[in-house]
Structures are given as C-alpha cells and as structure tokens.
Write a protein that binds this ligand. Structure first.
Ligand code: B4P
Length: 194
C-alpha cells in the first residue's frame, strides 16, 4: 500500500495537491478538514462540536478526530492506499495512526511536507477567505492563530516521521503544477526504493 501523509502549515496547499495526487496514484483522499466541514454543513453533532474549535482556528480534540479518521479508513477496505491530508496534526494523532495501521498490517510510506513561508500562507488564506465562506479564512487574527497552533502543536509531528526516516520536505512555492511535479518525483523515487 502507498500511504502518504501530506503535511504543512494552513494554506500550504495540502488539499489542492491531494486532489491531483489521488488521480495519479489511485489512492483514497482523507482530509480531516473536509470531513469536519461536511459535518458542519450536515449539522451533525460532530459538526457542531468541530465548528466551535475550527472557527477560532484551534484544533478539534484528538479523541474525536482520531475516532473519526479511523472510521473513514474502515469505510475503504479495498483501497490501494491513502493520502492523509491534515492528519496527523499532533503527536498523539501520529502515534494512534501508526498503531492503527500496524494493526492492519500496513504503515505510513512517507510524509511529504510542503514548505511555504508565513507571508505567502497569509496571502493565500486571505485570498481564499474572500469567497470561500470559511470562517477560519475570514480574518488575519484567526489565520495568525492557526499558524501559531501549527507551530506549537503540529510542526513537531515532522520529528515523529523524521526519526523513522520517512520525512521528505518539498518546496511548496510555485505553480500548482510545478509543486505537483516535485511531489510526484519524490513519491516515485520513494517507490523505486521500496
Ligand atoms: P484544513 O482543512 O486541513 O485546512 P488548511 O490547513 O487551511 O488547508 P490546506 O493546506 O489544505 O490548504 P489548501 O490546499 O486548501 O484544516 C482546517 C481546520 O480543521 C483546522 O484549523 C482545524 O481546526 C481542523 N482540523 C483539521 N484536521 C484536524 C486534525 N487532524 N486535528 C484537529 N483539528 C483538525 O490551500 C489554501 C489556499 O491556497 C487555497 O485557496 C488554494 O487555492 C491556494 N493555493 C494552493 N496552492 C497554491 C499555490 N501553489 N500557489 C498559490 N496559491 C495556492
């Protein structure tokens, strides 16, 4: 199985690139952000809970997020692999994912970390905020909080994969196609070494 963690700060382009990668590699895209947003739209109990955290740019609690992600993996028993987009975002999430996948006889193949400077992230998110209707893109204060939550709670997850020789940094600045080509080159190199 090809299991990829697509990593990077808010606005790094994880969702944008994941959409292209799933077509090329025939794997399933699981975006915790998208799943939460679908629950908010559907006015589910999970959606109401998630919204209270997301609107302020904070992380949804681990317990809820982990359970939800595992249920989504289980909905795809015949998948040839997954792109985990926006998950794991904390070390406990990374540990749980490892244990969960090991129980299924598989593991994370590689973490691809999109590298984008903070000024560019803010610019992209404010631009999307103009018409996305996303409360977490609407103002600079919430965006700044998302970036500091990333620096304080999420950036450390890179160490988890780095210690296991599974961490690859990819330049996340340029056109969407240029970045896609860089990601594919890294994945293909990794696949050859398998
Ligand atoms: P996410 O949905 O994961 O959102 P994101 O970090 O903003 O997005 P991403 O990096 O995917 O950026 P995108 O491609 O859209 O998370 C939202 C919230 O959900 C979190 O803050 C948290 O509250 C909650 N959550 C999610 N997962 C969680 C977890 N595991 N644990 C706890 N809470 C969790 O790109 C952004 C913009 O840039 C777009 O407008 C795009 O068009 C543009 N763009 C992309 N590539 C570009 C390029 N190359 N050049 C210029 N612009 C580009």
């Amino acid at each position: 199985m090809l299991n990829i963690v697509l990593f990077g700060p808010p606005g790094a382009g994880k969702g944008t690139q994941a959409e292209k990668l799933i077509n090329k590699y025939n794997i399933v895209h699981l975006s915790t952000g998208d799943i939460f947003r679908a629950n908010i739209k559907g006015e589910t109990e999970l959606g109401t809970l998630a919204k209270s955290y997301m609107d302020g740019g904070n992380l949804v609690p681990d317990e809820v997020t982990i359970k939800m992600l595992e249920a989504e993996v289980d909905k795809n028993p015949n998948a040839e692999g997954f792109i985990f987009d926006g998950f794991p975002r904390t070390t406990p999430q990374a540990e749980s994912l490892e244990e969960f996948l090991t129980g299924k006889g598989t593991t994370i193949s590689v973490m691809l970390a999109l590298d984008v400077a903070e000024q560019e992230l803010i610019k992209r998110l404010l631009l999307r905020g103009k018409d996305s209707g996303r409360a977490d893109d609407a103002n600079e204060e919430v965006i700044a909080n998302r970036i500091s939550v990333y620096n304080e709670q999420t950036a450390v997850v890179a160490d988890f994969y780095s210690q296991r020789n599974k961490f690859q940094k990819v330049d996340g600045v340029g056109s969407v196609d240029e970045i896609f080509d860089r990601l594919c080159a890294t994945i293909d190199e990794y696949k050859i070494s398998l």
